[in-house]
Ligand binder design. Structure first.
Ligand SMILES: Nc1ncnc2c1ncn2[C@@H]1O[C@H](COP(=O)(O)OP(=O)(O)O)[C@@H](O)[C@H]1O
Ligand SMILES: [Mg+2]
Length: 355
């Protein structure tokens, strides 16, 4: 008799295959490719840009070259199991133009946790995110990464189309599912397979359209704006489209560097709520303590060229840190007292005695 797990797996596979077949037959769910313009009553839209498509593509390609990566020297060793969903890099060192940002530290990212990455300005937080995003350390291929760093390049596609444009992710996930399906007795492979089916399900055409619309709406795009060509939006709004894509793809490792920078209060509140439910690994840089408090389950403190890990949100980090500092202060005082006491004893012992 097949085990429960096998039966569940078979049912999920069947469902996913059926969904995929329906999606292929039904096209992309009726996304309108017609570019419409806004009526101009709200702020976000700038006058249409005149750049043609080939220039846009070239600009996007040039933008994708991370020129700073060439100036970085990075070493690190994969310490987690290559099939595991958690990622652990040990002996991680990063230097930029010869200046050390991190020296022989551990980068530990566990599935289901939402990390707030904090540290002094210029200590290398954004560089660490780029190192992870560019896979400059050995992160297993099955961990797909989305690093939000720049706005969506201008094009004739509508905002909704850009968010729905996830074929690459879908193909990647399908290929991985095929490979995992043969590893029938491996529990880790089974867990990953179930997660992939869940994600493929989310990316299917009919559900995807609703989800993409919801995400864009949450980030401030009205129905009309969702059907507006990307080239008609300002940089800030194109950044929101990039953010919407990241949330839509929902990757295994999501890297967000100051995502609230381009958002108004309403969109910030919505994003906080959305990220609070993020089920995979999130690493977030934000200057807003409230935002970190609302979203994060863990804090990574980048200090003295090391990464320190704390459980809880920003407030609990501050509290734990204060306690640690107080304890350290007490230890230091105790040591100083002991040293002073020993000095007195040594002086006493060295003093000549007169009888
Ligand atoms: N474009 C750049 N040109 C020169 N130095 C840079 C550049 N970007 C980053 N750096 C250097 O790299 C260090 C780390 O920067 P970054 O990762 O942006 O820090 P953070 O995000 O913590 O503020 C900084 O101290 C800065 O001096
Ligand atoms: Mg930064």
């Amino acid at each position: 008799m097949p085990s429960d797990a096998k039966a569940r797996r078979a049912a999920s596979k069947k469902k996913a295959a059926l969904n995929r077949k329906q999606a292929l037959n039904g096209g992309d769910g009726g996304v309108s490719s017609e570019a419409s313009s806004l009526n101009g009553d709200s702020a976000p839209v700038t006058p249409a840009m005149s750049a043609n498509n080939s220039t846009n593509n070239l600009a996007a390609m040039v933008g994708d070259l991370d020129l700073q990566a060439a100036a970085r020297a990075v070493t690190g060793v994969l310490a987690s199991h290559p099939d595991a969903r958690d990622v652990q890099i040990s002996s991680l060192s990063i230097s930029f133009h010869g200046a050390e940002l991190l020296t022989d530290t551990n980068c530990e990212l566990n599935m289901g946790r939402r990390y707030g990455l904090i540290g002094a300005n210029g200590c290398g937080k954004s560089s660490l995110l780029s190192v992870l995003g560019n896979r400059e350390v050995p992160i297993p291929d099955h961990v797909d990464i989305f690093h939000l760093k720049r706005e969506m390049p201008p094009s004739d596609k509508t905002a909704l189309e850009c968010v729905m444009e996830v074929d690459q992710t879908r193909l990647y996930l399908e290929k991985e599912a095929e490979e995992l399906a043969v590893k029938t007795d491996d529990d880790q492979a089974h867990d990953r397979l179930m997660e992939i089916y869940e994600r493929l399900d989310e990316l299917e055409a009919d559900k995807a359209l609703v989800r993409a619309g919801k995400i864009l709406f949450g980030l401030g795009f009205s129905k009309q704006m969702q059907h507006t060509a990307v080239k008609n939006f300002s940089g800030g709004w194109r950044m929101r489209i990039s953010l919407a894509r990241a949330l839509f793809i929902s990757p295994a490792l999501l890297l967000l560097d100051e995502p609230t920078n381009h958002l108004d209060l309403e969109a910030c509140v919505w994003l906080e709520q959305e990220l609070r439910n993020y089920k995979r690994i999130l690493v977030l840089i934000s200057h807003s303590q409230d935002f970190l408090n609302g979203v994060c389950t863990n804090i990574i403190h980048m200090t003295k060229k090391k990464l320190q890990y704390f459980g809880g949100n920003y407030d609990s980090f501050v509290q734990t840190k204060a306690e640690m500092d107080e304890n350290q202060q007490k230890r230091y005082k105790k040591e100083q007292d002991e040293i002073a006491h020993m000095k007195v004893r040594v002086v006493c012992l060295c003093m000549p005695t007169y009888t």
